[in-house]
Design a protein around this ligand. Structure first.
Ligand SMILES: Cc1cc2nc3c(=O)[nH]c(=O)nc-3n(C[C@H](O)[C@H](O)[C@H](O)COP(=O)(O)OP(=O)(O)OC[C@H]3O[C@@H](n4cnc5c(N)ncnc54)[C@H](O)[C@@H]3O)c2cc1C
Length: 379
């Protein structure tokens, strides 16, 4: 099989790696000079570390984040870890993280084409044709299948007739030197000003943190529509942000982006993965683990099916787990304010309940019923 893969983020690079490992001839086209920066919170959850381990990535020497401090709109807070058998989470600048997967794909035999923009992909009965442009020169490439991991722009997919995403979150991040040494844990702060979104403080090392906010588009519109302004307000008004970062933290590298969710994922000979496929978590905006996982599902469907039609059906069926998150996110958004207060109340009295909540947030993403059952069992 010959595959053209578009985009070298975690989605595209993982697809290239897995397809090359399965014996396919793979071209991985990336429009940026490599390695490139990607606007992100840089938080790789325990699930992301687990996926990375499965790809033989290296996390040694990284900050180990083994717990999360979570606050509520009424400024309650609880701290929780997760089971010892599961890996820790971490933070990694995306320039380094994404390059590791690309290196593995190249080692597995994929041909990497940096500074190469895919201008168009056409799918015909007998194959796909991709039009590539590099330094002003265009050429065409023929393959059996195209895996599109172009990220949140989703523009090639739109040209191919995929329907728009069902919803979008927006997020903005910056880097800051903290006021005092940071505890190595995720900080997730559901302050009134951003809830049902949240502000985050993710330590990159003992003193430096990636900080930001993530909200859904409607919440942003209700708060005035200015994402940078909302970040500044959160930094000024959040007790937790002020305690960790000081009164007037000086941010550098401030950049925002969108996290689109909910979309069909296949057309004949075309497979979308990662943000292009809208698989990010529609409540937390976590998308690295989902990009890798969706790419693994697409690649294994392609490698193990008798033909492309069966592969598409198999991928759509397995990737439906990401759609179940959409219903869960809607439910969480509607009930979040009161329910997080009740849960925090409970966690204050019973720390192991706090552990359960964090475990649920980071691990049981796909089933609301197991989440609710777990809540009842751990109450
Ligand atoms: C502010 C912010 C904070 C976030 N924080 C986190 C976090 O802490 N943890 C987390 O898990 N997720 C986070 N996310 C989400 C996460 O960044 C994405 O879900 C993830 O990067 C998706 O990976 P991907 O491979 O699908 O796309 P990307 O990582 O966006 O990669 C797509 C690649 O395709 C390339 N490309 C695009 N079009 C073309 C083309 N036509 N031809 C060739 N190349 C092309 C791009 O240059 C890019 O390199 C955050 C997002 C934002 C905006």
């Amino acid at each position: 099989m010959r595959a053209i893969v578009v985009g070298a983020g975690p989605g595209g690079a993982t697809a290239a790696l897995q397809l090359a490992r399965a014996g396919a001839q793979v071209w991985l086209a990336e429009r940026s000079a490599w390695p490139r920066e990607k606007t992100c919170g840089d938080g790789v959850s325990p699930l992301g570390v687990r996926e990375g381990n499965a790809l033989s990535m290296h996390f040694e020497g990284r900050l180990r984040l083994e717990s999360a401090l979570v606050s509520t709109p009424h400024e309650r807070s609880f701290r929780g870890g997760w089971p010892r058998a599961t890996p820790w989470g971490t933070t990694i600048e995306r320039r380094t993280f994404d390059a590791q997967i690309v290196d593995a794909a190249v080692a597995a035999g994929a041909e990497f084409l940096p500074e190469t923009q895919v201008r168009a992909v056409e799918s015909e009965a007998r194959g796909v044709t991709a039009v590539l442009e590099s330094h002003g020169t265009q050429r065409s490439l023929r393959a059996d299948v195209a895996v599109i991991g172009e990220g949140a722009t989703g523009s090639l997919a739109s040209k191919l007739g995929f329907a728009p995403y069902r919803s979008r979150l927006v997020a903005i991040r910056g880097y800051v030197d903290a006021a005092a040494p940071l505890v190595p844990e995720y900080g997730l702060f559901y302050d009134k000003i951003v809830t049902p979104g949240y502000g985050w403080v993710f330590p990159m090392d003992a003193r430096r943190a990636n900080v930001g906010i993530c909200v859904d588009e409607r919440t942003l519109a209700r708060r005035g529509g200015n994402l940078r302004g909302l970040l500044d307000r959160w930094l000024a008004e959040s007790r937790f942000a002020r305690e960790l970062l000081g009164e007037s933290p000086r941010l550098d590298g401030v950049k925002g982006g969108i996290i689109p969710t909910g979309r069909a994922r296949t057309k004949p000979r075309i497979f979308l993965v990662g943000d292009a496929a809208g698989v990010a978590d529609p409540f937390t905006a976590e998308g690295i683990y989902q990009a890798i996982h969706s790419a693994r599902l697409a690649a294994s469907a392609l490698a193990e099916s008798k033909d492309l039609a069966e592969a598409a059906t198999r991928y759509e069926r397995h990737a439906a787990l990401f759609d179940r998150n959409e219903g869960a996110a809607r439910w969480l958004r509607a009930t979040f304010g009161p329910s997080i207060e009740i849960c925090a109340n409970r966690a204050e009295k019973n720390p192991s309940f706090g552990d359960y909540l964090n475990t649920a947030v980071f691990f049981s993403k796909n089933s609301m019923s197991s989440f609710v059952l777990g809540l009842l069992r751990n109450w």
